[in-house]
Design a protein around this ligand. Structure first.
Ligand code: GDP
Length: 313
């Protein structure tokens, strides 16, 4: 990708889009096209067509989506399905019509079948029933991957899909009710240190295993794939390593410098026992995550302290 190529980044305000924007800027790209939701409604075919006709991007990164936790997904399934289908269909079709050189579509590891074996390989997609609580979201994201593959097969478009694991980093959601485990525990441990609390509550048994990728590593992987990968099917993006929630909590304690003890709340659900991606396809193409968990947690903490005007520790 030339430094002066016109790159349309859809979803630049989200966790993933924000990291990709930072990366593109660091690399010195001069023609990064962004639009807020207000400026461009990606669910509107007319607006998307007009935007592509006027702006003529050479590259498209599709990081825009309606996202949410288990509660939002199960309360608003029609909106999750409709919005994500429309966003994907409009952006992918316009990319084809206006001759985009390459498009990268962002999937998600939660669209693999609920009971697929671990580590999750790309070919397990569409081999079994989905997790019912996020089925609407998953069906739309799977449709986006299928669109990329079929536009490749029928029209010869170079459209690819990346499948990220659990992400964390600057821009994450720290709301204790709706966030994922890493920002939730980071906030809880920080607040316990600040208030002098002697314990921190961890949901569930602490035994489930999860993989965590720092979002700037994902951004690097996305740009690597844009440059070096062409082919059908999604490419998993992760570290290839997982750890127990208990170990995650201890690592966060160490980074924050909190000496209290952990209490496990068995009234809260554990969820799936393990979620780990098989990243051999990505590694074979020559990319590997660089930011270790401790470093990533440290950077996320620094961002959180600065952005939320949280008193330092
Ligand atoms: P999941 O990966 O889709 O299951 O989503 P989460 O990130 O919300 O949860 C991952 C694991 O972390 C589950 O076993 C949770 O019970 C556990 N966990 C421990 N403490 C917390 C917490 O404070 N918040 C959240 N969201 N999960 C927690």
């Amino acid at each position: 990708m030339d430094k002066h190529s016109r790159i349309y980044l859809a979803g630049h305000r989200g966790l993933v889009g924000g990291a990709i924007l930072r990366r593109l800027q660091q690399l010195g790209h001069t023609q990064i096209l962004t639009r807020t939701h207000r400026e461009l409604d990606l669910c509107s075919q007319v607006q998307v067509e007009q935007f592509f006709e006027q702006e003529r991007p050479a590259y498209v990164i599709l990081a825009a989506a309606r996202v949410g936790g288990i509660l939002a997904n199960s309360t608003y399934p029609a909106q999750f399905l409709y919005d994500n289908l429309m966003i994907a269909a409009n952006v992918i079709q316009a990319s084809y019509r206006y001759g985009v050189t390459k498009l990268l579509n962002l999937g998600s590891s939660c669209i693999y079948p609920k009971l697929a074996p671990q580590p999750l390989k790309e070919e397990y997609l569409l081999t079994g029933p989905l997790e019912p609580t996020n089925r609407a979201y998953a069906v739309a994201k799977i449709a986006a991957i299928e669109l990329c593959d079929h536009y490749r097969a029928q029209y010869g478009c170079d459209f690819i899909s990346a499948m990220p694991t659990n992400l964390y980093g600057p821009g994450d959601n720290f709301d204790l009710q709706t966030s994922h485990v890493l920002p939730a525990l980071l906030r809880k441990v920080l607040e316990a240190k600040q208030t002098g609390a002697t314990t921190v509550t961890v949901w569930g048994s602490g035994n489930p295993r999860r993989e965590f990728l720092y979002v700037d590593d994902l951004a690097a992987a996305c740009l690597f794939l844009l440059e070096h990968f062409s082919g059908p099917g999604p490419v998993n993006v992760g570290t290839g390593e997982d750890l127990r929630i208990r170990e995650l909590a201890l690592t966060i304690q160490e980074v924050v410098g909190y000496k209290g003890s952990l209490v496990f709340d068995s009234t809260k659900p554990d969820g799936t026992p393990r979620k780990l991606l098989d990243v051999s396809r990505l590694q074979q193409s020559g990319w590997q995550a660089e930011i270790g968990l401790k470093e990533g947690i440290g950077r996320t903490l620094a961002w959180y302290l600065a952005s939320a005007e949280v008193p330092g520790c």
